[in-house]
Design a protein around this ligand. Structure first.
Ligand SMILES: Cc1cc2nc3c(=O)[nH]c(=O)nc-3n(C[C@H](O)[C@H](O)[C@H](O)COP(=O)(O)OP(=O)(O)OC[C@H]3O[C@@H](n4cnc5c(N)ncnc54)[C@H](O)[C@@H]3O)c2cc1C
Length: 408
């Protein structure tokens, strides 16, 4: 089977055009079980900055780590909409669990879309489904921040063997992952932007810790820095160049999954504000407390945020199998702007929820505290810095026409 045939096969349609429809009915229940485990340990995970082990154990029991793998390889063939729903539900329970799940699923999406037809990557898909492997991401390197489209470390080639040494300043759950999907310069003589993507598993790399993760929020992602040393086979390099994978899968899926996790955090804060306002109104004979307007504002921005994500999902799903449409300036701008706007709206929503609750929201204890949500959601605008994204798409924005109709 060649790469094109494989893509068709795993795109949801076979040659006769028949659709494979996964059984989605179990997804909400399975996700709820993970969310319950995540919620139970969320405060401790945040307090001591530890990995949400019970939540991830439950995700494995519920076989959610391989849920996106096509049925042919042992998964459930979950769609991007299924995955983003899961990210939202988990975000309401524990931000770090949701973000770990979102990052893992982004890597799995690359494997599913760009690994089909490659023996190594198909075998890895089977392993993710059967062993419920957790995949981490390594894009940040040295002082390069969110400049993902430039790599310093290069793949060294020796026959069919390859090696890589990478100053990976941030790898979320690097110590707990079973594998890493990483970018690298194609070869020693390649330009920084001539990149490949590699899928490596923990039996063929070592991690030496170089930086800790003592942060304001998202403490359970355990996003420490490491020196990554890998040695393996050339087959581990994805067949397609990274620039394609970046445009078609890495960026859209990351932005949709991250935004859904942030929307979940925002929804959890709104829920606390609602409980607070209800309690305050009950305590004063039905009279609305002065902070009620902030609660309404929180509801409003949450509605906007959810609408924006679902519109982004519709846009992506409509183009999912059209490489040209995915690479178009319009789509790339809109999927990048989704990340910028969703992250800002999520922060705004949690801020409004905190102001609705007043001191009860500002406190770190009590039923109405939104301190953890606020600290966690503040990571959103810097997770690939919004300033960097906005300056990167400034030229593209100038080139695309202003829409003539509402639904253009
Ligand atoms: C919770 C969390 C988990 C993460 N997990 C991972 C992971 O698993 N793997 C991984 O590889 N990375 C991970 N990262 C890192 C992430 O991918 C980015 O590298 C990081 O968020 C960039 O942060 P930065 O703002 O310091 O970097 P930069 O983008 O370098 O920004 C630094 C500063 O420069 C400014 N700036 C940058 N570019 C511009 C510009 N063009 N115009 C104007 N100002 C600019 C920014 O505003 C900022 O003040 C994670 C980050 C977070 C927050």
């Amino acid at each position: 089977m060649n790469v094109q045939e494989a893509k068709l096969r795993f795109s949801g349609a076979d040659k006769a055009g028949e659709q494979f429809i996964p059984d989605r009915s179990s997804f909400p229940q399975r996700t709820a079980a993970v969310a319950a485990a995540a919620a139970a340990e969320a405060e401790d995970v945040d307090r001591v900055a530890r990995f949400p082990q019970k939540a991830l154990d439950t995700a494995r029991q519920q076989r959610l780590l391989g849920v996106q793998i096509p049925q042919q390889f042992g998964g459930d063939g979950a769609s991007i909409s299924d995955i983003t729903d899961m990210c939202y539900t988990l975000g309401r329970a524990c931000s770090s669990t949701a973000m770990i799940f979102a990052m893992h699923q982004t890597k799995v999406a690359c494997l599913v879309r760009h690994g089909a037809g490659s023996g190594y990557h198909e075998a890895l898909m089977r392993r993710v489904a059967s062993e419920q492997m957790l995949l981490a991401s390594s894009t940040t390197e040295g002082q390069n921040g969110g400049n993902i489209r430039f790599s310093t470390a290069a793949v060294e080639h020796a026959g069919t063997g390859i090696s890589l040494v990478r100053n990976a300043t941030v790898i979320s759950y690097g110590a707990q992952a079973d594998g890493i999907v990483t970018i690298a310069r194609r070869a020693n003589d390649a330009a920084g932007s001539d990149q490949v993507l590699l899928a490596i598993t923990k039996d063929d790399y070592t991690l030496e810790r170089s930086l800790g993760w003592e942060t304001l929020g998202m403490r359970g992602t355990c996003s420490a820095g490491f020196e990554l040393k890998f040695s393996g086979s050339v087959d581990q390099i994805f067949p397609e160049a990274y620039d394609k994978i970046h445009a078609q899968t890495m960026t859209p899926v990351a932005h949709l999954c991250w935004s859904s996790a942030w929307a979940g955090i925002a929804a959890a804060a709104v829920e606390r504000a609602q409980l607070f306002i209800r309690k305050a109104a009950r305590g004063s004979g039905g009279q609305m407390p002065p902070g009620a307007a902030h609660f309404t504002a929180a509801r409003m921005t949450l509605a906007k945020l959810r609408a924006m994500i679902t519109a982004g999902l519709d846009t992506y799903e409509a183009r999912e199998h059209d490489e040209r449409a995915l690479s178009s300036l319009d789509f790339q701008s809109s999927i990048n702007l989704l990340k910028v706007e969703a992250s800002e709206l999520a922060v705004e929503t949690v801020m409004s929820a905190m102001r609705a609750c007043g001191l009860s929201g500002y406190r770190s204890d009590g039923d109405f505290s939104v301190g953890r949500h606020l600290r966690d959601v503040l990571s959103a605008p810097i997770m690939i810095n919004n300033d960097r994204i906005l300056s990167n798409i400034a030229t593209a924005s100038l080139m695309s026409a202003v829409p003539a109709t509402l639904r253009d």
